[in-house]
Write a protein that binds this ligand. Structure first.
Ligand SMILES: Cc1cc2nc3c(=O)[nH]c(=O)nc-3n(C[C@H](O)[C@H](O)[C@H](O)COP(=O)(O)OP(=O)(O)OC[C@H]3O[C@@H](n4cnc5c(N)ncnc54)[C@H](O)[C@@H]3O)c2cc1C
Length: 410
């Protein structure tokens, strides 16, 4: 039987972050991971020379925890042009970020996406929350995002044409039922930093954190079956003991390990990838569809942002569809091709389908009445991960660090 100071179950971003800070504090730990690689929901597959992130994901460089933890230079981050292309009434309109591209303000203010007053309100909110520290967002009173937007005075047109497509893509739900405090937090991150992809794929983020851990402190392909007191039993039957145990799994596995019965609800997304001989977009931007009844909710060309996502001379197309309960890969692929042929013409029919990632439990639903964060379950048992906080990389990192601090007595 092996004994450790700390056992961390799960090598997603939260578990890796916890391990990294424990090591900084000189506290020995071992990470036990069920999968064959680190990263959890943040992984990248190589397929025919393309880098396919498991679901479309971006890093927001303004995330305070990411700034503290990651070496951005070594990730060779490649930025999207700030703002978005909105597909509306058969054409694209540009919504640029006035703080990044002041010369585009005029164009954006008068685009058909919303009224002048709507766009001035965007600037107003950006100014109001520019200096707000992260915790303040989550300590504030919250409602659902849709009610918040209406109460702030945005028009139904602006909500339908901009907020639903943009934040629907962030929350992975189209109704904007997600808590307004998360909306305000994410809004600030978009307006104050860049939306980026690491050159080697989103999976480079957990790999960078893992690279800082000592050799032999990570056990892959090892699912934990149960926790009993200060011991952990793996599926193989192996038993490990520790002074402290940290559960850094996803919500459902945490519930199973704790014997906890909680009603959980998740937001679902499906990401379909295609190889194309050239990019259909002329801007390095995310393209959002104002028509949420279609199957293309947002699309982008990751290889326009980070050319290493595709082999030379080819482009990688990523299409996201939210909330598909009934999933039929072939049908979805055909529908996407049909819709995008309407957008970009017959060349879409030459695209090669590469792979589809259907993620029914991509994010935990995060509502205004979410229970307060609880990181300590009992004296020596802790829990971290986005499911105990809000659904974002920043929360996974923040809770991982907070648990390390608690164990170190900081
Ligand atoms: C499609 C998609 C898009 C997203 N987009 C963004 C985005 O743009 N920006 C953003 O900030 N966030 C985004 N997120 C959210 C972000 O990915 C998550 O918040 C974050 O990865 C959660 O990390 P975690 O460590 O809490 O959990 P996880 O990543 O779920 O890690 C849990 C780990 O525990 C392991 N595990 C589970 N059970 C056991 C067991 N019994 N024994 C051993 N190991 C176990 C799992 O294999 C896994 O590796 C997105 C997520 C998805 C899925």
């Amino acid at each position: 039987m092996q004994h450790h100071d700390v056992i961390i179950i799960g090598a997603g971003v939260s578990g890796l972050t916890c391990a990294k800070y424990l090591n900084d504090y000189g506290i020995k730990n071992i990470l036990i991971e069920a999968a064959d690689e680190v990263g959890g929901r943040v992984r990248t597959d190589e397929v025919a020379g393309f880098k396919l992130d498991r679901g479309f994901q971006i890093l927001l460089t303004a995330y305070p925890e990411a700034e503290r933890l990651l070496n951005y230079n070594l990730l060779h981050l490649q930025a999207f042009r700030s703002g978005a292309l909105i597909r509306l009434n058969g054409a694209f309109s540009v919504m640029s970020n006035p703080f990044k591209e002041p010369t585009q303000v005029f164009k954006t203010l008068f685009s058909p996406v919303g009224s002048l007053s709507d766009k001035i309100k965007v600037l107003q909110l950006s100014n109001q929350i520019a200096a707000e520290p992260t915790q303040a967002f989550f300590d504030d009173h919250a409602t659902d995002t849709l009610s918040y937007l209406r109460a702030y005075g945005w028009s139904e047109t602006m909500i339908a044409n901009f907020f639903k497509p943009f934040f629907g893509g962030v929350f992975l739900e189209n109704e904007l039922a997600t808590s307004s405090n998360f909306f305000r937090f994410v809004f600030k991150q978009f307006y104050s930093g860049d939306a980026v992809l690491p050159a080697e794929g989103i999976g480079a983020i957990p790999r960078q954190i893992a690279a800082k851990l000592p050799a032999n402190s990570l056990k892959l392909n090892s699912k934990v079956r149960k926790i009993e007191g200060n011991s952990v039993q793996l599926m193989s039957g192996e038993i490990l003991t520790a002074k402290h145990i940290v559960i850094a799994t996803d919500a459902q596995n945490a519930d199973a390990l704790l014997g906890r019965q909680l009603e959980r609800a998740f937001n679902t997304t499906t990401c379909t990838y295609f190889a194309a001989s050239r990019s259909p977009l002329t801007e390095k931007m995310l393209a959002l569809n104002a028509n949420r009844l279609s199957v293309v909710h947002n699309m982008c060309v990751p290889s326009d942002i980070a050319p290493s996502y595709a082999p030379e001379g080819q482009s990688l197309i990523s299409v996201s569809t939210q909330g598909l309960d009934l999933f039929d890969e072939q049908k979805l692929t055909h529908k996407i091709i049909a819709e995008l042929t309407d957008w970009f013409g017959e060349e879409v029919k030459t695209w090669q389908h590469l792979r589809t990632y259907h993620l029914p439990q991509a994010l935990n639903q995060y509502r205004a009445d979410a229970p307060p964060e609880n990181l300590q379950i009992s004296k020596n048992l802790y829990e971290c991960g986005d499911h105990v906080s809000y659904p974002s990389l920043n929360a996974a990192m923040a809770t991982g660090r907070a648990v390390a601090d608690m164990i170190a007595g900081i």
